[in-house]
Design a protein around this ligand. Structure first.
Ligand SMILES: *Cc1c(COP(=O)(O)O)cnc(C)c1O
Length: 366
């Protein structure tokens, strides 16, 4: 049996440190917004290379609260990828703004800067590139375009913590980066968690207010805020995980390299290839094939986990039926949804397991 992601192995390797972190918080008698959160915020900001980090309850609210902090709402447009997890779109519509979907580059999976230029209107207030599967979007082109037009850029870093574009970390390139610490992400908590990284002190201060009922001083409410706080236990766990993030991303890189070698030259199978300027962190290893159902069934029969990220693009979800975007509206996103398959990936995958997965793929498609 080869699991899609070995969560148990992650705990086993870090058990001593995680258990110590648990005990430290439990014995402190303080569980929400305290010293662990403050320490994690400082450590994660240093890791990303930003002035500020604000711990929040989850990745979706990290995206949403930034848009709220920028006062985006009805009548404002936000450019989002047509090919993404639905959370990206949900953040935009949650504040009442309009999603303007833009297709990925022909090589995929990330948003195409040339198509962004064509989608910008006088109402465009922000661009929300997603670094999907751990592969950074073309941030240099996106930031250059946004700066020319005075548009904000918020990076969705949920799948790419630690990745780089020409030496700069994802989440430190746009005006803000929204991070998720859902357990399966490259740095995951043991429950929900999220954060925003930014160099903008005004944005940081507004987020600290918004996450805590619109309050900075107890029982004095400056605005109608949220309850979106990172808790002490999750922050303490994340501090342990952060010490391994670069090393574990390196292990993922080795897994991807071995997959690349073992899966080369299989007819009808497209392998992921990151651009030269990108340093991906391989949150997922996503192949493409017209024979996906057959391949997924063969893997399943061999006891190998695989998943589809994602089977239905946001514009075809019932949740967005009211936008009236029928099948055919975003053919690149639709074609990816029909052909992508994620193979097992994680910092604990053994060379033997990789070879076994590759052998099943080769046998099925050859
Ligand atoms: C996981 C994810 C999110 C949302 O994060 P949560 O912490 O689950 O709310 C947002 N965007 C993308 C691309 C994600 O993969």
């Amino acid at each position: 049996m080869i699991p899609f992601l070995d969560m148990k192995a992650i705990y086993t390797e870090l058990k001593t440190e995680l258990d110590a972190a648990y005990a430290r918080v439990m014995e402190s008698g303080w569980y929400v917004l305290g010293r662990e959160v403050e320490a994690f915020e400082a450590e994660y900001a240093a890791f990303c290379g930003t002035e500020h980090c604000i711990g929040l309850a989850n990745g979706l609210e990290a995206l949403e609260l930034v848009l709220r902090a920028w006062d985006l709402g009805p009548g404002d447009e936000v450019i989002v990828p047509s090919n993404t997890y639905i959370a990206t779109w949900l953040a935009v519509t949650a504040v009442g703004a309009t999603v303007v979907p833009v297709e990925p580059t022909p090589a995929g999976p990330n948003i195409d800067p040339d198509r962004i230029a064509a989608a910008v209107s006088p109402r465009t207030r922000a661009i929300m590139p997603v670094h999907l599967y751990g592969e950074p979007a073309d941030m240099d082109a996106i930031v250059a375009l946004a700066d020319r037009r005075g548009i904000k850029v918020i990076e969705d870093v949920a799948q790419s913590q630690g990745s780089k574009v020409r030496g700069r970390r994802a989440g430190a390139i746009g005006h803000a980066g929204a991070h998720s610490f859902f357990p399966t992400k490259n740095i995951g908590a043991y429950g929900d968690g999220g954060a925003v990284t930014t160099d903008d002190p005004k944005l940081a201060e507004r987020l600290r207010t918004l996450r805590n009922y619109g309050s900075r001083v107890k029982y004095v409410n400056l605005e109608r805020g949220y309850n979106s706080r990172l808790d002490e236990l999750q922050a303490a766990f994340l501090r342990v995980k952060l010490t391994r993030l670069d090393a574990w991303n390196e292990r993922r890189r080795a897994v991807a390299a071995r997959y690349g070698d073992r899966l080369a030259g299989i007819p009808g199978l497209d392998l992921p290839r990151a651009p030269q300027w990108a340093e991906p962190v391989w949150h997922l290893y996503v192949v493409r094939t017209g024979r996906r159902a057959e391949l997924a069934a063969a893997l399943d029969k061999s006891g190998i986990g695989s998943l589809i990220h994602y089977p239905i693009p946001p514009h075809l979800q019932q949740a967005y039926a009211d936008l009236g975007l029928p099948k055919g509206s975003f053919p690149l996103a639709e074609s990816l949804a029909e052909t992508v398959l994620s193979l097992p990936m994680g910092p604990h995958m053994t060379p033997e397991a990789i070879d076994e997965v590759a052998a099943v793929v080769r046998k099925t498609l050859s």
